[in-house]
Design a binder for this molecule. Structure first.
Ligand code: F6P
Length: 533
């Protein structure tokens, strides 16, 4: 018997159990299945697990070489094998500053240098020392980027909005749909606006198109010489930045060992640092560092990212779940599900092992979510009474940064009650006892047995936030290792980009012959007819 067949057999047995009965049989269930770290409490008792499940899953982690893989990442080994790169977002928050070597070269001095440069620049902007071409201070910052060069800082800016300066407005433009940039520019006075062009490669079509539009808008109002006071770049590609017309002195670098979706800790976080200030940004890095250390050193049965990773893959690979919901009961985390969609689905949405062998099991789940309680009035119906198995992460602060009347107790009551309702459900007898007419009883039954994790923390601070995001990064890493995929490439985004180049030419140039399938040909033809009648 391999660990895989053991888990398959165990999964068949677990499908016959109801969590209601597991709780009834063991008053210590919460005690056994929760873990704390810093300010966090992770209650994972409302899952389809027993002691045996957890023993088997930890055996899976050991036999999959998780400890070695983790070590390899932290030591700068080239674990992104298809791109032959180390994976060192952890170096960006290495707050004890120990050397981290890539090919014998310590990366920490460069990382610290960029952090210092960001510090000076963000202070200058915040304190009105960095002035625009006409001598005015900056009141609007526009980050232009997409994917990891947008979602990280945008999500973090919302999460830490409580700590943000009130003197500057922040905008994030990502979509190549002209509406995004046009509507944003309407809100910005050119002489008081700073554009941060964020792109790891500086070749991304959406970002460069938006950046060119912003540049033309600025030049039309303030002239060419104003560009150097109103545009800075964050990138790994100095030549492309120079070619765009941004002075490399106004460039903040990062490195190819930082993946796009893992880059909010790097200079990609420049807009965030301007927003919340250097000290808060460092607190966020500290929180992430603390989670890194926990991940690196805690035994698997006390290790939050390991436990969350194992439980997640238990559902995806062994119990047939296809999706997974992240439901933050914290308005500040309203962009977290969108951020995690990229982090998780771009990392583990793979069907080939690192070895090149095709995969015969399910890997990364379809992730979705909305903040509570909004989601309760929308898709929770399907979670409670639909036919799908959807594991959930509930996330909630025990204190609000905006304690107002009964708002927060109501919010907390809802998150706790949802987890309870999903777990226990409501039987036919219970429905009948409420006096429900017989004909309605089938519709009012809740099967229950819907699993969830509950992640509580005291209140949202930069440090807690840093730990939270690092927790998810490592959880996804754990799953990637066990699924044997490379979590750090994203070739799946290439084909659409490539075909779009051909289609763009055909939409713009009538004379091009169309050689696609009949559907694609007809769609292009329709667009041509309507756009150039
Ligand atoms: O969509 C693919 C992707 O490469 C993401 O991984 C990345 O975060 C995003 O595009 C933006 O890339 P860049 O920062 O190079 O503009």
């Amino acid at each position: 018997m391999t660990i895989y067949t053991d888990l398959v057999a165990h999964a068949e047995m677990m499908k016959t159990k109801h969590m209601r009965d597991l709780f009834a049989a063991d008053p210590n269930r919460f005690q056994k299945f929760h873990v704390t770290f810093g300010e966090f409490l992770l209650d994972y008792s409302k899952n389809h697990i027993t002691d045996e499940t957890m023993t088997l899953l930890q055996r899976l982690a050991h036999e999959s070489g998780l400890a070695q893989a983790r070590q390899d990442m932290f030591e700068g080994k080239r674990i992104n094998t298809t791109e032959n790169r180390p994976v060192l977002h952890i170096a960006l928050r290495n707050r004890d500053n120990h050397p981290i070597y890539v090919d014998g070269h310590d990366v920490m001095p460069e990382i610290n240098m960029v952090l210092d440069k960001m510090h000076v620049f963000s202070d200058d902007v915040r304190q009105g020392k960095w002035i625009g071409a006409t001598g005015k201070t900056i009141t609007h910052v526009v980050n232009i980027g997409i994917g990891g060069s947008d979602l990280g800082p945008a999500m973090a800016m919302n999460a830490l909005a409580f700590y943000k300066t009130k003197d500057i407005q922040f905008h994030f433009v990502s979509n190549v749909d002209g509406t995004d940039i046009v509507e944003t520019l309407k809100k910005c006075p050119a002489d008081r606006t700073l554009f941060i062009i964020s792109s790891k490669t500086f070749t991304t079509q959406e970002t460069l198109t938006n950046a060119q539009t912003a540049r033309a808008w600025l030049v039309a109002q303030l002239g060419e010489e104003a560009v150097s006071r109103h545009f800075v770049a964050v990138s790994t590609n100095i030549e492309a930045v120079r070619a765009f017309g941004i002075n490399p002195e106004n460039m903040f670098v990062f490195w190819d060992f930082v993946g796009g979706r893992y880059s909010m800790w790097s200079a990609i976080g420049l807009s965030l640092m301007i927003g919340i200030g250097y000290d808060n940004f460092i607190d966020m890095l500290t929180g992430a560092y603390e989670m890194d250390q926990h991940f690196l050193t805690a035994p698997f049965d006390k290790n939050m990212p390991v436990l969350m990773g194992l439980i997640g893959l238990w559902y995806t690979t062994y119990l047939g779940a296809e999706s997974y919901a992240v439901l933050p009961y914290d308005q500040y985390l309203n962009r977290l599900p969108a951020y995690l969609q990229q982090l998780d689905m771009e990392s583990n949405g793979k069907s080939v092992q690192k070895s090149g062998m095709p995969i015969s099991y399910h890997t990364g789940p379809i992730l979705f979510g909305e903040p509570g309680t909004n989601g309760q009035h929308s898709f929770y119906q399907l979670i409670h009474q639909g036919t799908h198995l959807i594991p959930i992460d509930f996330i909630a602060p025990i204190h609000s940064l905006n304690e107002t009347g009964d708002h927060h107790p109501i919010l907390l009551a809802n998150v706790v009650a949802q987890a309870e309702a999903l777990m226990r459900g409501k039987t036919a007898e219970e429905v009948r006892d409420e006096g429900t007419p017989e004909s309605l009883i089938p519709f009012k039954i809740f099967q229950g047995n819907h699993p969830s994790n509950m992640l509580l923390f005291d209140k949202m601070t930069p440090r807690v936030f840093g730990s939270l995001i690092a927790l998810y990064e490592h959880k996804i890493f754990v799953q990637g290792v066990i699924w044997k995929v490379n979590s750090f490439d994203q070739f799946g985004v290439e084909l659409g980009k490539q075909l779009a180049k051909t289609v763009l030419k055909e939409i713009k140039d009538y004379s091009q012959n169309l050689n696609h399938d009949s559907s694609t040909n007809a769609l292009i033809q329709k667009i041509r007819e309507k756009r150039h009648p």
